[in-house]
Design a protein around this ligand. Sequence first.
Ligand SMILES: O=C(O)CCC(=O)C(=O)O
Ligand SMILES: [Fe+2]
Length: 323
Amino acid sequence: MERAVARPRLIRLVTPLLVLCKKVLAPWRFHWPIYDVWRYFVNATSRELYRRDKKKISLTPLEASVIRELKDTGIAVVELSDIFSGFTFSDIQAWTEAQLRSPEIQERIKIIEGGGQPRARGGKYYIVRPLGDVPVIDIDAAVMGVTLSESILRIVCGYFGMFSRLAAVDLWYNVATPGPDEFSQKWHRDPEDRAIIKTFLYLRDVDEANGPFCYVPGTHRPGPLRQKIGRYNYPDDGVIERRFPPNLRRVCTGKAGTLIFCDTTGFHKGGHPSKGARFVFNAMYTTNGAEPVARKSRLYHLKGARGGLQSAAARYAVGLCGD
Ligand SMILES: O=C(O)CCC(=O)C(=O)O
Ligand SMILES: [Fe+2]
């Protein structure tokens, strides 16, 4: 009886304090060490959901080895057809190539190829985005079937040890441009979360001249030039090349259908073709602690009903993304 009276009183006393703490700490949420404490709590539900789901799922040997490689090195590269038996990559290619054929997109490519620098999101004029600056994509598109597939989510959630959010998807056509590397063409760590999985699906062959994705294996762990959360993570030019000679860097050339899984909190760069172009579909998976997820920034929009989503992990992944 005493406890029944005391509890609401305690809550009444503590609630304004908690609200005050939240307000005072809010601007510091993305700074160490508050970030790591906050991230732990904000992911409590997703960890619990994964713990329950894990009992019902079993990983294929390939999925298990991708997770192992990701944990060891921060990167794993597979062929899409190895993960999805019977899945037709040609459906994805047909759909993505069709997006590229739109007259406005072709016009924009010609302008950049002719040396023009049209206005673009984040100043990245050399990336043509057929799905728009804030991509809009149909949930029934074959490429979304892969992005939200049980197999990819088993890998991503297995790596995080919790359910994850699909924070971004995009289709990029990187046009060849002269001049030095800019923005993400330079070595950097992504700053949004303590662990981030990005997938890059090559839609056309990528060789050394087409701006392949590059990575320094092992740098997903805290180490030299430590990741700063929510902030600039670009070392000065030449620093990465000096610290990590070519044998310690991985250049991901590959055929169309190559699928890269990567923890981009490690050092990476790419997307600066010197010849031709690079055509790639990318997705970003994060935890609830990622800056765009926590700030409710919508980096893409999904069209279509979610009813067809089979797994709890897929429903959770798009759970915050409105139409
Ligand atoms: O375009 C690339 O290969 C790298 C892109 C990148 O840095 C990123 O998506 O975080
Ligand atoms: Fe990046």
